[in-house]
Ligand binder design. Structure first.
Ligand SMILES: Cc1cc2nc3c(=O)[nH]c(=O)nc-3n(C[C@H](O)[C@H](O)[C@H](O)COP(=O)(O)OP(=O)(O)OC[C@H]3O[C@@H](n4cnc5c(N)ncnc54)[C@H](O)[C@@H]3O)c2cc1C
Ligand code: FES
Length: 237
């Protein structure tokens, strides 16, 4: 677990939390269906892609609050996000047309620690989102993916070479027996199961987030008896 940041108060502590983050209005390049998910490609402008596992706040049209999204891919000149349209915010983002523009803030939070010797990527469902960028940063390590249907599993094409299972099989069945450095993202029950089997795994957690930089306390979660703001101490813990 990472140390407590000072967030509110002086301008310099705010700078520390925001790091290289910027808020810019980015132009939509395209929105592509990937199974039931949507890959939203934005022109990068002057924004940094950050460390895999960090996230961006995307301001969907007609929505009061921005929505947190992990960076999926960072091809030259672009930032791409994999969306699961489950509610008004994600549906509005998935409906954006080329040339429309949205405000984006990031990169935010703490990403994965890339100093690992035997990385194995593990993802469930939309937890696939940060994995293509993470895989690229780590030179294409083994990857294990689990989905709830064949249609959802179509998204595995974003991570060529990954081992894929579909329910009722669970991705935790594929975890290697030999020592490895697990980096995982997915629904909470999956992360709990991974942690049980690999206590030192790096896990990317989720909580509802309204600001993304420590100001609203909307993302407070209890970790080992301590309350933390997941947006600044996580999302990778
Ligand atoms: C750090 C981080 C990275 C994320 N990366 C991605 C990503 O790459 N792709 C993606 O599709 N989604 C991602 N999410 C989740 C995404 O932000 C939410 O699904 C989205 O905000 C839902 O907004 P909505 O208006 O579409 O639906 P809402 O109507 O707001 O929510 C639909 C349902 O999901 C629940 N919910 C909403 N947000 C969360 C949350 N953060 N955690 C748990 N339950 C929630 C709500 O309670 C409700 O039941 C990420 C979340 C976090 C915290
Ligand atoms: S999202 Fe506002 S404090 Fe974490």
């Amino acid at each position: 677990m990472k140390g407590q940041h000072a967030v509110l108060g002086s301008g310099s502590s705010q700078t520390q939390v925001l790091g290289t983050a910027r808020r810019e209005r980015l132009t939509v390049v395209d929105n592509e269906a990937v199974g039931p998910y949507v890959l939203l490609r934005l022109e990068r402008s002057g924004m940094e892609p950050g460390v895999p596992g960090q996230f961006f706040m995307l301001e969907a049209p007609g929505q009061l609050l921005p929505r947190p999204m992990s960076l999926c891919l960072a091809p030259p000149g672009e930032l791409a996000f994999l969306l699961e349209p489950i509610g008004p915010g994600t549906r509005a983002l998935a409906a954006l047309a080329p040339q429309e523009r949205i405000y984006v803030l990031g990169p935010l939070g703490n990403g994965f620690d890339l100093a690992v010797e035997r990385p194995v990527l593990v993802a469930g469902g939309i937890g696939l989102a940060p994995m293509p960028y993470l895989s690229e940063a780590l030179g294409g390590p083994p990857a294990l993916l689990g989905f709830r249907s064949e249609r959802h599993a179509e998204a595995a094409r974003l991570l060529p070479g990954a081992e894929v299972v579909v329910e009722p099989r669970l991705v935790t069945e594929l975890l290697p027996g030999e020592p490895s450095d697990i980096l995982a993202c997915g629904p909470e029950p999956m992360l709990e199961a991974v942690r049980e089997l690999a206590p030192s795994a790096q896990l990317a957690w989720e909580a509802p987030m309204a600001c993304g930089y420590g100001a609203c306390y909307g993302c407070v979660v209890e970790v080992e008896g301590r309350y933390i703001r997941l947006c600044i101490e996580g999302p990778v813990l």
